[in-house]
Design a protein around this ligand. Structure first.
Ligand code: HEM
Ligand code: HEM
Length: 205
């Protein structure tokens, strides 16, 4: 309760996008792992179901991605994602110091949440990477794998499909890592369930 006020930080459209996206990405991770290891018999889902789930969740996440992008173009939520490079290394260092030391000594957060600043600097750039780098790459390579005839056959000596699948797999893995860190950091509210409530009700208290 940084300034004792309730802040409405997550408008309805954003909460709807976030819920659809979270479930969709979870389904993509589960089915993606099954697709990747299908030849080794390590299956969370059998191959046919994994393909069906992955294709459906891929379409859902792709469509809902446009809700995120247009929502941020058309509403003031977009301003939280504006890159400001001036003094950035300094801000990131401060936040890292807080996470590895200050927090455990009970220090105040260096970038308390307010209407003007919804995210701390680390959080902001993690979201920018996930939303404006990882997801677009996953969507473009995913669509290419869906319509393999559009992929260039050979890139230098390498198979284009192979290269696309490798890039898709690596970025999928990084998105999984992002999600684990995201869930951990989101649990740092006091009490721990506080931030999870906020992304459902919209209110930060
Ligand atoms: C976090 C998200 C995602 C993860 C972890 C993921 C993971 C994977 C993995 C591991 C494979 C198998 C590639 C291989 O190892 O050969 C795969 C294939 C595939 N992915 Fe994804 N993926 C994700 C998102 C997406 C999205 C957003 C789309 C659609 C736009 C998509 C469409 C596909 C397609 C079409 C294939 C080929 C197999 C099939 O037809 O189902 N993926 N994905
Ligand atoms: C089970 C899955 C998930 C849970 C429980 C969860 C939880 C949360 C919580 C508590 C917040 C609000 C606090 C904060 O800003 O840190 C949040 C915001 C956010 N989450 Fe997640 N998340 C999940 C999955 C995802 C995934 C898969 C992505 C993207 C790939 C994602 C991207 C975001 C973004 C971009 C925001 C900020 C939205 C904004 O305010 O503009 N989340 N999430």
């Amino acid at each position: 309760m940084e300034n004792g006020k309730k802040l409405y930080l997550y408008p309805l459209w954003l909460r709807i996008w976030h819920g659809i996206n979270a479930l969709g990405i979870l389904a993509l991770i589960f089915s993606g792992i099954s697709l990747h290891y299908s030849d080794r018999g390590i299956l969370l889902l059998d191959f046919q179901s994994a393909v069906a789930v992955h294709n459906l969740a891929g379409v859902i996440v792709t469509v809902s991605y446009f809700l995120f992008v247009f929502g941020n173009i058309l509403t003031k939520n977009g301003k939280y994602y504006r890159v400001k490079t001036k003094g950035l290394p300094n801000r990131l260092t401060k936040q890292i110091q807080y996470y590895i030391s200050g927090m455990f000594k009970g220090e105040e957060s260096p970038f308390p949440i307010s209407e003007k600043r919804k995210f701390n600097p680390l959080q902001k750039y993690a979201y920018i990477f996930a939303m404006y780098l990882f997801l677009p790459i996953l969507i473009v390579t995913g669509i290419a794998l869906f319509f393999p005839e559009i992929i260039i056959e050979q890139v230098f000596q390498l198979s284009g499909i192979m290269l696309t699948a490798v890039i898709h797999g690596i970025i999928g893995f990084l998105t999984f890592v992002f999600l684990l860190v995201h869930l951990y950091v989101a649990s740092m509210g006091k009490p721990p369930g506080k931030n999870y409530k906020s992304i459902i009700t919209g209110w930060h208290t």
